[in-house]
Design a binder for this molecule. Structure first.
Ligand SMILES: NC(=O)c1ccc[n+]([C@@H]2O[C@H](COP(=O)([O-])OP(=O)(O)OC[C@H]3O[C@@H](n4cnc5c(N)ncnc54)[C@H](OP(=O)(O)O)[C@@H]3O)[C@@H](O)[C@H]2O)c1
Ligand SMILES: [Zn+2]
Length: 337
C-alpha cells in the first residue's frame, strides 16, 4: 500500500509517498481502507520538527489521526465491527486500566496518547475505537470531526457553555476555531472571533460567527470584544499573548479553556484578577469517544455540517500541509487516499 510519510522533519517538502506492506490485523484490531484523513496542526508540528513525539530516528513516520473509511479486515476477538462497515476512528489511545480510565473521562488517562498512521491507503487501528458511520455522512465530512470538532466540543462542555452565553474564540478560521463557532451555534450561544483575514472571517460568518474582528493586535481586539460584551467563556487554542487577552475580557466568574499553543507555549496570568474575578482557566485535550459519537449523531441529524476547505490526493499531502502553514484556508484540510 502507499502511504504519505514524513521522510524529513523540514516542513511540507519533507512529505513523500512510500510503499509499505499492507497491515495485518492483530487481536482486537481492524484494518481500515482509508477514504479520508484530515490533517491537524498537531501533524504540522511533527513535520516541522517541533514535537517531542517524533525524532529523526523514527523516520519515515506516517502521521494522520482522523481516519474515515471502510473496514477491510478484523483480528481475533473483534465483535463490534466487520468487513464492509463504514467507520470513523476516535484517535484516543488509553490504557484502559488506570484510575482515570476507570473513573473517566477517558481523555484524562495517565498514558493518554494518539493514533497516528491515517495518511495511507490502509490503517491498522484498535477496533474498539471505531464509531459506525451512517450512510448519509460522507467520509470527507466525517474525517473532519475527530480532532478538531471533538476537541472544540469537549472545550465547550468544560466551559459549561449554554444558550445566551457569549463565547470568545481568538483564531476563529482554523479547524478548532470553526468547529467552536458551529458547535456554540448548535448550543444556542453567541460568538465573537478573530482572524488576520477579512475574507476568511466572511466565510466563518456564513457558518454562524456572530461578531468578526479582523485584527492581530491584542489591544485592538480587547477594545472590539468589549464593545460586543463580556464573554462568559473563552476557547483558546492559541496560547501565548492570547491567554492574557482572554483573561482580560472574560467576565467575572468566566471560564477560559486552553487546548493549544500556536501563538506560544508560555502565557502570563494576572493572579489578582483571577482570584478577585473568580475566573477559571482550564486545560483540555481532545475529547471522549462519546463526544465523537454525539458529533456523528448531530451530523446525521442535519444539525452540523463540518467545514472542509479542501481535499488532496495522497500524493499531494505536502501541499495540504503547505496550505495550513500559509494560513490561507477556512476549516479542515482532508487527504483522500
Ligand atoms: N490539546 C488538544 O487536544 C488539541 C486538539 C486539537 C488542536 N489543538 C491545538 O489547537 C491549535 C489549533 O489547531 P488547528 O488544527 O485548529 O490549527 P489551524 O487550523 O492551523 O488553526 C488556524 C487558526 O489559527 C490562527 N493562527 C495561526 N497561526 C497563528 C499565530 N501565529 N498567531 C495567531 N493566530 C494564528 C489562524 O489565524 P488566521 O485566520 O489569522 O490565519 C487560524 O484562525 C493548535 O495549537 C493545535 O495543536 C490541540
Ligand atoms: Zn488510563
Amino acid at each position: 500500500m502507499r502511504a504519505a510519510a514524513f521522510t524529513e522533519l523540514t516542513g511540507p517538502n519533507g512529505v513523500g509517498v512510500v510503499d509499505q506492506p499492507t497491515p495485518e490485523p492483530g487481536a482486537g484490531d481492524a484494518v481500515v481502507d482509508v477514504e479520508a484523513c484530515a490533517i491537524n496542526r498537531h501533524d504540522l508540528w511533527i513535520l516541522e520538527g517541533d514535537s517531542a513525539m517524533v525524532a529523526a530516528d523514527d523516520l519515515p513516520f506516517v502521521s494522520g489521526l482522523d481516519v474515515a473509511g471502510t473496514v477491510r479486515d478484523v483480528g481475533d476477538g473483534v465483535t463490534g465491527v466487520e468487513p464492509g462497515d463504514r467507520v470513523l476512528l476516535c484517535p484516543n489511545e488509553t490504557c484502559g486500566t488506570c484510575r482515570f480510565c476507570r473513573e473517566g473521562p477517558e481523555n484524562l488517562c495517565e498514558e493518554f496518547s494518539l493514533f497516528h498512521g491515517g495518511l495511507a491507503e490502509q490503517a491498522r487501528v484498535d477496533a474498539s475505537r471505531l464509531v459506525a458511520l451512517p450512510d448519509e455522512i460522507g467520509a470527507t465530512a466525517a474525517a473532519a470531526l475527530p480532532t478538531a470538532y471533538m476537541t472544540a466540543y469537549h472545550m465547550l462542555r468544560r466551559a459549561e457553555v449554554g444558550p445566551t452565553d457569549l463565547v470568545f474564540v481568538p483564531g476563529v478560521t482554523g479547524g478548532v476555531g470553526v468547529a467552536a463557532v458551529q458547535l456554540a451555534d448548535v448550543l444556542g450561544a453567541e460568538t465573537v472571533g478573530t482572524s488576520s483575514s477579512r475574507e476568511k472571517l466572511d466565510r466563518v460568518t456564513e457558518l454562524g460567527l456572530d461578531h468578526a474582528i479582523q485584527s492581530t493586535d491584542p489591544e485592538e481586539i480587547r477594545a472590539e470584544v468589549e464593545a460586543v460584551g463580556e464573554p462568559d467563556a473563552v476557547l483558546n487554542h492559541l496560547g501565548g499573548e492570547y491567554t492574557e487577552l482572554g483573561q482580560t475580557v472574560l467576565r467575572r466568574g468566566g471560564r477560559m479553556v486552553i487546548c493549544g499553543r500556536t501563538a506560544g507555549g508560555r502565557s502570563e496570568i494576572d493572579v489578582p484578577d483571577l482570584f478577585l474575578g473568580h475566573k477559571r482557566v482550564i486545560g483540555s485535550t481532545m475529547g471522549t469517544q462519546q463526544d465523537l459519537q454525539r458529533l456523528v449523531d448531530l451530523v446525521a441529524a442535519g444539525d452540523l455540517a463540518p467545514e472542509v476547505a479542501d481535499t488532496y490526493p495522497l500524493a499531494e499531502t505536502g501541499a495540504a500541509f503547505a496550505a495550513m502553514q500559509d494560513r490561507d484556508t477556512v476549516g479542515k484540510l482532508v487527504v483522500t487516499p
